[in-house]
Design a protein around this ligand. Structure first.
Ligand SMILES: Nc1ncnc2c1ncn2[C@@H]1O[C@H](COP(=O)(O)OP(=O)(O)OP(=O)(O)O)[C@@H](O)[C@H]1O
Length: 243
């Protein structure tokens, strides 16, 4: 079966500094793949390159395919139109627009075949907190609520594959768990998800497969169930999970 998302040989080079070094990623349909690593490992650089953009002006190489279709050379908005939708690090919601207005900025595509469409009602069922706050401006929302808006805005675009960059940043552990559990629920309903996270522990609990990144390279890639039991991985990258 064709993977929902396939990235092959992604390399992002800033002069002599190779931030991402020939990484392959595959997200099978209806699966949640996690990518963890320390600060500066290259996680954001990689997920942004898959979405079609980079900070600065690096040299970017590699192929990206969505359900077998080539995305190479397409700008981020064209990739999003085809269903490859990024929730960027830092959320990027408009502080002076209300929750409703932020969500209304995205026009759902007319043709949602092979995609996962979410009406406003679906979104408010998923995030009841946003329903209560629909008239509140972005600047009045908590970090968790802003993250919910950012995810919801991406869902309005009817993703085939959702790319989620560090949703836990700045959130309390309980909120991280709630948000990731909600995302897992969507994956169980068929969405494909690539999640970049620093919080390895929370990620490992919910993903199907985990990649570990170190200095721009994948140093381990395993089913999450196997990684949980791999003492080498636990010790080196995840600390003591039973602690
Ligand atoms: N605009 C830029 N110019 C030069 N180098 C950059 C630029 N953006 C990122 N880098 C480099 O790319 C490498 C990877 O950074 P990246 O932000 O992808 O790491 P990360 O794993 O997402 O870290 P974090 O968890 O802190 O967000 C770092 O060495 C960083 O210095």
């Amino acid at each position: 079966m064709t993977d929902s998302l396939e990235a092959i040989g992604i390399t992002v080079r800033y002069g002599g500094n190779v931030a991402v070094d020939g990484i392959d990623v595959a997200v099978p349909a209806g699966r949640m793949v996690g990518m963890v690593g320390a600060n500066g490992a290259g996680k954001s650089t990689l997920i942004n390159a898959i979405a079609g953009w980079s900070r600065g002006t690096p040299v970017v190489r590699g192929e990206v395919r969505l359900a077998g279709q080539k995305m190479d050379g397409l700008p981020p908005h064209r990739r999003a139109e085809r269903g490859l939708v990024l929730v960027p690090e830092g959320k990027g919601i408009f502080a002076e627009l209300t929750v409703m207005e932020n969500l209304a900025l995205v026009r759902p595509p007319a043709d949602t075949r092979g995609r996962h469409a979410f009406s406003m009602d679906d979104i408010f069922t998923l995030f009841p907190r946003l329903a209560e706050r629909r008239g509140h401006k972005g600047r009045m929302l908590s970090g968790g609520e802003r993250q919910m808006v950012a995810v919801s805005r991406a869902l309005r675009a009817a993703p085939a594959v959702l790319l989620l960059d560090e949703p836990s940043a700045g959130l309390a552990p309980r909120l991280v768990h709630e948000l990731l559990t909600t995302m897992r629920g969507l994956v169980d309903r068929g969405l494909s998800l690539l999640l970049v996270e620093q919080n390895a522990r929370a990620t490992l609990e919910l993903v199907d497969e985990l990649y570990l990144l170190e200095r721009g390279k994948v140093v381990a890639r395993e089913a999450a169930s196997d990684m949980k039991d791999d003492p080498r991985i636990l010790e080196a990258y995840l600390g003591n999970l039973t602690a």
